[in-house]
Design a protein around this ligand. Structure first.
Ligand SMILES: C/C(=C\C(=O)O)C(=O)SCCNC(=O)CCNC(=O)[C@H](O)C(C)(C)COP(=O)(O)OP(=O)(O)OC[C@H]1O[C@@H](n2cnc3c(N)ncnc32)[C@H](O)[C@@H]1OP(=O)(O)O
Length: 356
């Protein structure tokens, strides 16, 4: 009788059987398709606190009832970064589990009212664009618009448009593309940076306004770095994405990833950006997150890499949802221990005003 566990026999069996595949290839997506993502997710206090603690988002309004009440919340709410990561995590099985990296995201928006633990998320996505990649024939580039709603009330809690590289079933002939070749030695033109950098004195709205005024009419920018760093470990790389039901093999299958462009498992983009934002928020008086645009992931982050943050203040506007705050637009850049940018994006947030 055949011993299926004999190593030679088993190797042959493995070679001959079909693999029941997971996920979709580029060819499976057509513009206009709407995909509803099962199984949904209940936003829990545990999930929220693990995400926030590991990404260094320690704003007390999300941890303590007195600080929450002071911000006008009934109880510590779900943090927008965890909400964003969860709204993306549960789409992965349908959209990007086949492989292919998360390239970028824009138009990330939240409603004014907070979201509380116990809310059941219902998430669906529409395919908004499919394109060939001229530099990588084995991939296509797909964009989806995703909406996470409260399953009970139908209220939209988080929405965004995201773009991934998605493997093709059949590679196509391309024109070779315009992307720069790795190691081609071309460092581009000399950097065109301002002469001076201004750092806000504190983290209140007025500090950002004053810094922007100090930089105006001079060859100066309001830009600074944050001291904290977070080295990536098994928790941030593998556990946090799985806690949002993100099944991308990029984060937990070392075996498959050994043969991929990164050669290793990599940090979920939402962990990288949330960690950098945590560093930035630790140096400001955040009141409310409004939204994010032009988010891009520039290179991989892996176990052992350290995520730091750099902030540029773009503008400040007195108008906000509360008299206690003003609105500030930032550009945040996450970078690694070799000072290479790994993420960038613009963020609009309401920042507390100094009380008189
Ligand atoms: C899986 C997952 C979540 C999920 O499951 O969802 C994750 O969390 S994973 C972790 C987070 N992620 C990363 O760690 C990726 C970091 N990144 C890189 O390591 C490099 O980017 C690369 C190796 C992926 C590519 O490297 P590269 O081939 O040298 O890169 P590029 O030439 O820049 O991009 C190739 C083609 O994508 C076009 N392109 C780029 N960006 C955008 C954009 N924002 N919108 C529309 N098109 C875009 C580009 O225009 C080019 O198109 P063409 O091929 O037609 O020229």
């Amino acid at each position: 009788m055949t011993d299926w566990t004999d190593p030679d026999t088993f190797a042959q069996a493995l070679d001959q059987v079909e693999t029941k595949e997971k996920g979709n290839c580029f060819e499976d997506f057509e513009e206009g398709d709407v995909i509803e993502h099962d199984p949904g997710l209940t936003l829990t206090q545990f999930g929220n606190e693990s995400w926030m603690s590991q990404t260094l988002n320690h704003d007390p309004a999300y941890w303590r009832t007195d600080a929450a009440a002071e911000r006008g919340f009934d109880e510590p709410p779900i943090h927008p970064d965890y909400l964003t990561a969860a709204t993306l995590g549960i789409t992965v099985e349908d959209l990007s589990e086949k492989g292919g990296y998360f390239l970028g995201r824009t138009d990330v928006r939240f409603p004014e009212s907070p979201v509380y633990a116990g809310t059941e998320l219902h998430v669906e996505s529409e395919v908004v664009n499919t394109a060939t990649s001229s530099s990588r024939p084995e991939y296509g580039i797909v964009s989806w618009r995703t909406r996470g709603t409260d399953a009970e009330t139908g209220d939209v809690l988080c929405s965004y448009e995201r773009t991934n590289m998605i493997p093709r079933r059949e590679p196509v002939a391309t024109d070779g593309g315009t992307a720069a070749t790795e190691g081609d030695g071309d460092d581009g033109p000399d950097p065109d940076l301002p002469e001076e950098f201004v750092t806000p004195e504190g983290g209140y709205y007025e500090d950002f306004v004053e810094a922007l005024e100090a930089a105006a009419d001079r060859d100066a920018a309001v830009a600074y770095r944050h001291e904290r760093g977070r080295t990536q470990d098994d928790v941030t790389v593998a556990s946090l994405p799985l806690s949002t039901l993100n099944t991308a093999k990029q984060h937990h299958n070392v075996d498959v990833m050994a043969d991929s462009p990164s050669g290793d498992i990599v940090t979920y983009g939402d962990v990288t950006r949330s960690t950098a934002l945590g560093h930035a928020r630790s140096d400001e008086e955040t009141w409310r997150e409004v939204g994010f645009d032009d988010e891009s992931f520039h290179t991989f982050v892996a176990v052992g890499d350290t995520v730091y943050a750099f902030t540029r203040v773009l503008e400040a506007d007195d108008d906000a949802s509360s008299d206690d705050a003003g609105t500030v637009t930032f550009e945040h850049i996450a970078f690694n221990q070799d000072d290479e940018p790994v993420y960038s994006g613009t963020r609009t947030a309401e920042i507390r005003k100094r009380s008189n």
